[in-house]
Design a protein around this ligand. Structure first.
Ligand code: PLP
Length: 354
């Protein structure tokens, strides 16, 4: 089975399993897990941040960023397509008790102008919701892994600072952006009040994210982590996998990007498909079926029966994500399966079967 649903399906390699097996652990509730401390210190150094907190998931990282930087009833400006809204708006409402003011930007890039529109979309009398935080994403999942241009992040940082708002950067796939831009991680971290990164995406670790920022903010986040029942005792087994991923798996993300570009190129030449975004330069491709009346669900089902898994982002929009250990051979096979399924659909239509 060629699984292109997400880069979260990656499994630990034998070397990573060895790192897990050999992990030095202790009780993290007492701050005694050496592997967790080592990972957090490594991130503090790599990202040049005051504090780093290892958390169970990217969603928890985002949630803690909201909880530690807002009060109930506050407003957070973001783009509708970003993970924090698209997948996680229910938690923003129920757990974080904030209102998301989402923009439908033209290209996935939340600019100061867009934030200003959100800010000015209603009066801001003191009993109204106040915008405390702006949340962005890099790379942008809903835009097929597009890189949020660094200059635009800087502009947003300047703008939010002027307005007394905070900026959260959901960097679940910041590593993918980094291998293309070569901008140091510390530069990215400097532009945001809080930054989270995922080890469980293309880096291939089984679990975990790092939330980083000023000491005071991360101390608060740590309390909320415990309140949400996500203090894990011997978390070092996972921390060693994450540290292994950080030290060994960043540069090979480039290979995923090369293969995603190949996939995009092949799919672009199929007339029954339309690429939904221009190739992003990272590890994803999004496309839709163009034939009138074509049925996305049937298409995905037939692909699965032939050995290819894809992810329905929306009923009309399909996502493919390249990740280790997908090879060039897998990509060519995937394209062949897609072509075969499209052909059989055309034939069965001609024969009046559908
Ligand atoms: C995957 C992802 C998350 C959530 O990470 P989990 O570890 O699956 O909770 C958050 N933000 C973005 C942009 C993601 O792609």
């Amino acid at each position: 089975m060629i699984d292109l649903r997400s880069d979260t399906v990656t499994k630990p390699t034998p070397f990573m399993r060895e790192a897990i097996f050999n992990a030095e652990v202790g009780d993290d509730a007492y701050g005694e897990d050496k592997s967790v401390n080592r990972l957090q210190d490594y991130c503090k150094d790599l990202f040049q941040v005051e504090e780093a907190l290892f958390v169970t998931s990217g969603m928890l990282g985002n949630r803690l960023a909201l909880l530690s930087q807002t009060s109930p009833g506050d407003e957070v400006v973001t783009d509708y397509s970003y993970h924090i809204n698209f997948f996680d708006s229910a938690a923003a409402a129920s757990v974080c008790q904030v209102v998301l003011n989402t923009r439908h930007t033209e290209n996935g890039i939340l600019t100061p102008e867009e934030v200003e529109k959100a800010l000015d979309s209603k009066p801001r009398y003191h009993h109204f919701a106040q915008v405390k935080l702006v949340s962005i994403e890099n790379t942008i999942n809903g835009w097929a892994g597009k890189i949020f241009p660094f200059e635009d992040i800087k502009k947003l940082k300047t703008y939010t600072m002027q307005k007394g708002m905070l900026l959260h950067l959901d960097g679940a796939r910041l590593f993918n952006a980094h291998v293309e831009t070569l901008i140091p991680f510390s530069e990215y971290a400097r532009q945001a009040n809080t930054l989270s990164v995922c080890f469980s995406k293309g880096l291939g670790a089984p679990f975990g994210s790092m939330l980083m920022g000023k000491k005071e903010t991360i101390e608060k986040a740590k309390r909320y982590r415990s309140w949400l029942g996500s203090g894990v005792h011997q978390m070092g087994f996972y921390a060693s996998a994450a540290l292994y991923a950080l030290q060994n798996n960043i540069s090979s993300l480039k290979q995923d990007h090369v293969l995603a570009a190949l996939l995009a190129e092949k799919l672009a030449s199929i007339s029954e498909l339309k690429l939904e975004t221009s190739p992003s330069g990272t590890n994803m491709v999004q496309f839709s079926l163009t034939k009138p009346g074509s049925n996305c669900q049937n298409f995905l089902k037939r692909c699965q029966e032939k050995g290819l898994l894809l992810f329905p982002w929306l009923p009309s929009k399909i996502r493919a994500v390249v990740h280790r250990p997908i090879s060039e051979k897998d990509i060519l096979k995937a394209v062949q399966i897609i072509q075969d399924v499209l052909l059989e659909t055309t034939l069965s239509k001609k024969l009046g079967k559908e």
